[in-house]
Ligand binder design. Structure first.
Ligand SMILES: C[S@@+](CC[C@H](N)C(=O)[O-])C[C@H]1O[C@@H](n2cnc3c(N)ncnc32)[C@H](O)[C@@H]1O
Length: 349
């Protein structure tokens, strides 16, 4: 029996939601513990008490909505000597399992970002140490060692299985804003497709010629992502659509209420929805579209309330489960480009 501490990264401001979520999911798997989270720090610590195995072997990071990245803490170093931070870390580097990746990271906060240059530089001698200890092999898929600097003199060191962590550095998918898109929201749908659709299936499931419906489409950032992949889009919104998107000939604009809109034909593959509406109402609508076969796959945002955000998300998931009368696939994540919202993927199995 052992106790362990898991460190998770999240969007600053969502530490308590992320901590409460891992505590809840862990308890469902028989791991009991408590979390510590300071608002605005971009991370939390979850202390698991007395468990026969490690939480990271039991829980999949994909099951956690608010956690971007995680690792099992091996050491916490405070008051580090600025002239010899490497020397300070050495006690955490003894008896490591096989390491195939190294990351030196910082929280996604303004003070954290000031450490990014230092972190890049620090990874060079740290990798040398791992190599000299003969526990580092980039060719194997094993563990990732992370040194997570929360300030210039405080660092958490830990490991996570490469197979059960976010492959993106810092758990953040950086995407370039396409200048032709009418809104920055476009990055949310791009990130969602890249996150939820495996690379080897994208060509098929996001192919040209598919029909899509975009509820709450204006000015057209999400429609842009569908159009650029060659799809035909029914864009539903009382607002105005971007002219250049309309000129492609791939978009039909319906000035209608997304809750009342019905597709003209039953050949819609993708339903996407970014309506600013009550999340429970949106969750129900999405589940109905999928259940009734009005679309094959759905990708949508659920806008979060200011308080009790996890509760609201769980309520929405419950609504989806109640509405769908058949087995379904559902994944949800607080993506990097999401703010006060999460993104959900849904389809019938
Ligand atoms: C966040 S914006 C969408 C941005 C869009 N996804 C983009 O990338 O440009 C939300 C949109 O939802 C629309 N909306 C809100 N409630 C709606 C409803 N009941 N039916 C249709 N559109 C709705 C608003 O008019 C607004 O244009």
């Amino acid at each position: 029996m052992m106790s362990e501490v898991v460190l998770g990264y999240c969007r600053p401001g969502f530490e308590a939601d992320a901590g409460l979520e891992i505590q809840t999911r862990a308890a469902e798997n028989g791991f009991y513990g408590f979390f510590r989270a300071d608002k605005g720090t971009g991370f939390y610590l979850f202390e698991v008490q007395q468990s026969p195995n490690s939480l990271l072997d039991r829980l999949n990071i994909k099951q956690l909505i608010f956690t971007r990245q995680w690792f099992l803490v091996l050491g916490h170093h405070v008051d580090m000597c600025r002239d010899d931070r490497l020397g300070d870390l050495k006690p955490s580097l003894l008896e490591l399992p096989l390491i195939s990746e190294l990351r030196v990271e910082h929280p996604d906060t303004e003070p954290g970002k000031e450490l990014s240059r230092f972190c890049r530089k620090f990874s060079v001698p740290l990798r040398q140490i791992l190599k000299s200890q003969k526990c580092y092999n980039e060719k194997k898929v094993a563990h990732c060692l992370t040194a997570f600097f929360v300030s210039g003199t405080e660092c958490f060191v830990g490991i996570a299985p490469v197979s059960n962590m976010n492959p993106q550095p810092g758990g953040i998918m950086r995407l370039k804003f396409p200048a032709e898109s009418p809104s920055r929201s476009t990055l949310k749908l791009d990130e969602a497709f890249l996150t939820f659709i495996p690379q080897n299936e994208r060509e098929q499931r996001l192919r040209a010629g598919l029909n899509a419906v975009d509820l709450g489409a204006c000015p057209g950032g999400w429609t842009y992502q569908l159009v650029r992949r060659g799809m035909f889009v029914q864009a539903v919104d009382n607002g105005l659509m971007d002219d250049s998107l309309m000129e492609t000939g791939q978009v039909s604009h319906f000035q209608a209420d997304g809750f009342k809109f019905k597709p003209k034909k039953k050949n819609v593959h993708w339903l996407v929805c970014d309506m600013i509406e009550q999340p429970q109402k949106v969750a129900k609508l999405m589940a109905q579209w999928v259940n009734d076969g009005w679309c094959k796959e759905a990708m949508f945002n659920l806008k979060l309330p200011m308080k009790r955000r996890l509760e609201s998300v769980l309520e929405c998931m419950e609504i989806i489960t109640q509405e769908l009368k058949q087995p379904f696939d559902c994944e949800a994540k607080h993506l990097y480009h999401d703010r006060d919202e999460i993104t959900v993927y849904l389809r019938k199995q």
